[in-house]
Design a binder for this molecule. Structure first.
Ligand code: COA
Length: 224
């Protein structure tokens, strides 16, 4: 697989030259949390804007804390792909493979949201962020927040991350991988279909339909 180089500011006016260069998936480290947060907020702007509204500038810090909590309490590991030149994180995914302390996770997230946004806005954010709902079970690994920087899309990075996530799931003895995707996210639906994920159920929410423009949340699953 190959990764294009992202032009730096000095090269901004120079026609971009594609170069053949391999990219590698590696486990995320704590120093990657901030970069993962930026990728996630940018990749899901259509969802985060209506949630954070006038406090959008606080969303990256909140997401960074959220990723940190997921790693420490949520049984989630993250994988990243780096641009080999700049060490910039170009893509990332989280995979839940161990049991999680859901109460502590919810308390930590609430503390972060309420201290950043205030009680009322935090309650609003939690309500919308609680979709789609998922109850983890021990034989399944759960993939979340798969995102590739706009610049690096259609180069196979999402496939490479899914490959590695599925390997981790197999090594951990899981029988299936599950994930949610919004019914109107066609690029992601195409990716998952091409990769053998099948729809198992769907949740419908008028609330997220109205405020986020996402009425249907599809639960997809792949047998390993
Ligand atoms: C969805 C997303 C992760 C795909 O990342 P990507 O690295 O561009 O995907 P890949 O290059 O690995 O694509 C693999 C296959 O998925 C399908 N696919 C990916 N993007 C597509 C698009 N925009 N339109 C149609 N099919 C697409 C294609 O079948 C593609 O194979 P091909 O390029 O040989 O045709 C990326 O668009 C993204 O980050 N979107 C925003 C965040 C998001 O929606 N994440 C999914 C959450 S459930």
């Amino acid at each position: 697989m190959t990764a294009r180089r992202k032009p730096g500011s000095l090269q901004a006016t120079i026609r971009f030259v594609q170069e053949e260069e391999s990219f590698v998936v590696r486990p995320a480290e704590p120093r990657d949390d901030a970069a993962i947060a930026v990728l996630v907020v940018e990749g899901f702007l259509d969802k985060f804007r209506p949630i954070f509204r006038s406090r959008m500038e606080r969303s990256v810090k909140i997401m960074e804390r959220w990723v940190d909590l997921e790693h420490s309490l949520g049984g989630v590991r993250s994988l990243v792909i780096e641009n080999p030149d700049s060490a910039e994180v170009a893509a990332s995914v989280g995979i839940r493979i161990s049991s999680s302390d859901d109460d502590a996770l919810a308390r930590g997230l609430w503390k972060t949201l309420s201290s950043s946004l205030g009680f009322f806005h935090a309650s609003w954010a939690v309500t919308l962020l609680s979709y789609p709902r998922y109850s983890a079970f021990s034989s399944e690994a759960y993939v979340e927040r798969l995102v590739v920087d706009h610049y690096y899309r259609r180069q196979g990075m999402a496939q490479a991350l899914l490959d590695r996530a599925e390997s981790l799931a197999r090594e951990s003895g899981k029988a299936t991988v599950g994930l949610h995707v919004s019914g109107r996210n066609l690029p992601a639906l195409r990716l998952y279909e091409a990769y053998g994920y099948k729809e198992k159920s769907r949740q419908r929410s008028l609330l997220t339909g109205y405020f986020l423009g996402v009425r249907d949340w599809l639960y997809l699953q792949k047998e390993l």
